[in-house]
Design a protein around this ligand. Structure first.
Ligand SMILES: [Zn+2]
Ligand SMILES: [Zn+2]
Length: 315
């Protein structure tokens, strides 16, 4: 009797069944399929050019460490491409230290330069301290999101990067899309793209090389590569609606393999249709920190209350 073997190389032992394609793969073929997928995503969306200096946002979680590993691998063929890992220390006691250490260790292993910026350095306070005085007007995630986006932008500019890569996977982008839909945020909803360019060049372009890889497969790739990553989740993670959407999408995908990809394809197509009608709004320099904003002060400066002495003023 035949022992089942990998559907791709027809030799090695099966490791993973990709339900939506009905194919069984061995560990090697699975890994190669993920690298191929990322390579295709990058070239389809024209994410990088050979001379890019890529700032890879690395949190220390499985997605970002896996992305760093894959980008490092893919960049071997491009001698003029440079990669620098950028980590934001939000100042979350008992959670962030471990992740920052993991990220550092890992960068050393891969031979990647690593830069850490902290909320404390940029905003005068870490997230824990910042949230102390706040009534629950906004969730911790929405403060943190604004601060982190800016911190990554500042850090990437400091190292002279030309692009920022973030590790959002397929599940993340579909959840965010639905979140924008259910929160009625039409602007963001219509604007989804794996590549965010600012036509005026005020923001560094942001790309999502893992956005066509399901979360489960990102985790499995990391596991297959023997990756150690932080498993604890952020103590502030309480985005109720996102969590519910996550379980809804997971359930749908289990019952109907492939629906997440279909949603993703629809998202990218819808953007193309909406494009001429989504006018980029005018950007100007924040009056306090100089980072790009729609008017007056940027969101981060509004949240923190302006402290010119503490804010980073990019040249
Ligand atoms: Zn195989
Ligand atoms: Zn500002």
């Amino acid at each position: 009797m035949d022992t089942p073997s990998c559907g791709s190389c027809h030799q090695r032992t099966p490791f993973y069944k990709r339900e939506n394609e009905g194919v069984v793969l061995c560990k090697t073929c699975f890994r190669e399929s993920i690298e191929r997928r990322v390579r295709r995503t990058i070239s389809h969306w024209k994410m990088f050019s050979p001379n890019d200096h890529i700032a890879v946002a690395v949190s220390g979680g499985k997605d970002s460490l896996t992305m760093l590993m894959i980008l490092k691998k893919l960049s071997r063929k491009f001698e003029h491409t440079k990669i620098t890992a950028v980590t934001v220390d939000e100042g979350i006691a008992g959670y962030r230290e471990e992740a920052v250490d993991l990220a550092s260790e890992y960068c050393k292993k891969l031979g990647v330069d690593h830069v850490i910026v902290s909320f404390e350095e940029l905003y005068g306070n870490g997230l824990d301290d910042f949230l102390k005085g706040k009534q629950n007007r906004m969730t911790a995630c929405s403060y943190c999101g604004v601060f982190r986006r800016k911190a990554i932008n500042v850090a990437a500019r400091r190292v002279g990067a030309t692009k920022i890569a973030t590790a959002h996977n397929l599940d993340d982008v579909v959840q965010t899309y639905l979140l924008n839909l259910f929160q009625g945020d039409v602007e963001r909803f219509a604007r989804f793209s794996p590549v965010l360019h600012d036509p005026r060049g005020a923001f560094l372009p942001r790309v999502k090389p893992l956005c066509e890889v399901p979360e489960k497969e990102v985790a499995l790739y990391g596991y297959a590569e023997g990756l150690t990553f932080q498993t604890a989740s952020c103590p502030y993670m309480m985005e109720a609606l996102r969590n519910e959407l996550r379980s809804v999408v997971n359930r749908l995908e289990l019952a109907h393999p492939g629906v997440t990809f279909s949603a993703y394809r629809a998202m990218t197509r819808l953007r193309e249709l909406a494009e001429p009608n989504v006018a980029p709004s005018e950007l100007q320099a924040c009056q306090s920190c100089g980072e790009p904003t729609h008017m007056g002060l940027c969101e981060a400066c509004k949240m923190v209350g302006v402290r010119k002495d503490k804010l980073d003023v990019p040249a």
